[in-house]
Write a protein that binds this ligand. Structure first.
Ligand SMILES: [Zn+2]
Length: 288
C-alpha cells in the first residue's frame, strides 16, 4: 500500500509545522513524510518494550513455564531462574522472561548471542560519535548467526499467539548449521539507522503487517540503543508464503529525532546478509 500524493503532502506539511515552521528542509520533510506515511499504512505496532522504573518488565506468567524454543516444560526442561529477555549489551536486565529453558539459554549464550554481540560491538564507532565520519570501523553486512541473534530476540518478545506462525523460524534459529536454508533469504539482512539524537534508554519493538495482500513481510523487529536502531524482517513466517519468489521490500522509517527546527531524519544503511565472513571495517554506502 502506497500513499497518495495528497497524503504525503499533508504529512510533510504537518511535519513542517511540528518543526516550528522552519524553512530550508522541504525536501527532507517530504522524504521523511513519505517514509513514515508508507510505513504507517502498512504496519501497526504489536509490542514495544523499554525500561520503565526500577522494576523489570516480565513476559509470560511464569507459573507453568514452557520454553518457546524447544517447546519443553518441566520436568523435561529446567527453568532454574527468570532470564533477561534481551542480551546483556542492551543494559542491565530490564525485561525478564521465564519462557526460555536453561539448555536453550546455554546454547544461545555460547553461540548466536555472541555473534550478535560482536556485530553490536562493531557498531560502537557509530554509537559514540554522531555522523563524524563515514570511515569508522563498522560492519557493512550482518552474518547469519548475528541475524539469528536478532531474530531470537524477536521470538522472545512476541506475544504467544503469534508464535504458531513462526515454527520454521524457531527451528532455524536453533539450528547451528548457519548456511542451512540460506537461499531462502536472498541477500536481505537488516537496516541500520543512525539517529540524530540518541535515545537515553534502550528499546525493542515488533510491528505487524496491516494487510495480508501487501507485498511486505508480516513482521518487522526493531532494536534501539543509544544512537542506533536495527530493523530486521522476522523471516520464515508461514504468513509470508505468498511473498516467496517476489522482490520483498523492507520498509524504512525516518526515525526523526531532535526538537524544534533542529530535527533530522536518521541516516539509514542496508546491511546485506553475509554467509561466512565476519564483519570487517569498510566504508559505508548510503541506502537509497
Ligand atoms: Zn528450551
Amino acid at each position: 500500500m502506497f500513499p497518495s500524493r495528497d497524503q504525503i503532502e499533508r504529512a510533510a506539511y504537518d511535519r513542517w509545522e511540528r518543526r516550528g515552521r522552519c524553512h530550508g528542509a522541504d525536501r527532507e520533510d517530504w522524504v521523511a513524510a513519505e517514509l513514515d506515511v508508507t510505513f504507517a499504512l502498512n504496519y501497526r505496532p504489536l509490542v514495544e518494550y523499554s525500561p520503565d522504573g526500577d522494576e523489570p518488565g516480565r513476559i509470560g506468567s511464569g507459573r507453568k513455564p514452557r520454553c518457546r524454543f524447544c517447546e519443553q516444560s518441566p520436568p523435561r526442561a529446567r527453568f532454574s531462574k527468570t532470564r533477561s529477555a534481551l542480551p546483556e549489551f542492551m543494559g542491565n536486565p530490564w525485561l525478564l522472561t521465564r519462557e526460555i529453558c536453561d539448555e536453550c539459554v546455554a546454547q544461545f549464550s555460547a553461540g548466536i548471542d555472541q555473534d550478535l554481540r560482536r556485530f553490536w560491538d562493531a557498531l560502537d564507532g557509530l554509537r559514540r560519535g554522531r555522523s563524524s565520519d563515514r570511515e569508522m570501523r563498522a560492519p557493512s553486512s550482518i552474518s547469519i548467526p548475528a541475524y539469528k541473534g536478532l531474530i531470537r530476540i524477536a521470538l522472545t518478545l512476541m506475544p504467544e499467539a503469534e508464535l504458531s506462525a513462526f515454527t520454521d523460524t524457531i527451528e532455524w534459529v536453533g539450528n547451528p548449521d548457519h548456511d542451512f536454508d540460506r537461499s531462502l533469504f536472498g541477500g536481505v539482512g537488516c537496516l541500520l539507522y543512525e539517529v540524530y539524537e540518541p535515545s537515553t534508554r534502550p528499546w525493542a519493538s515488533l510491528t505487524t503487517r496491516v494487510d495480508d495482500e501487501a507485498q511486505v513481510p508480516y513482521m518487522l523487529s526493531f532494536l534501539g540503543s543509544g544512537g542506533l536502531v536495527v530493523e530486521a524482517q522476522v523471516p520464515l513466517c508461514s504468513r509470508d508464503e505468498d511473498l516467496d519468489g517476489n522482490d520483498v521490500r523492507i520498509l524504512q522509517r525516518s526515525f526523526t529525532t531532535g526538537s524544534g527546527c533542529d530535527q533530522r531524519s536518521a541516516d539509514c544503511f542496508a546491511l546485506p546478509l553475509n554467509a561466512t565472513e565476519p564483519p570487517r571495517p569498510r566504508r559505508f554506502r548510503m541506502f537509497k
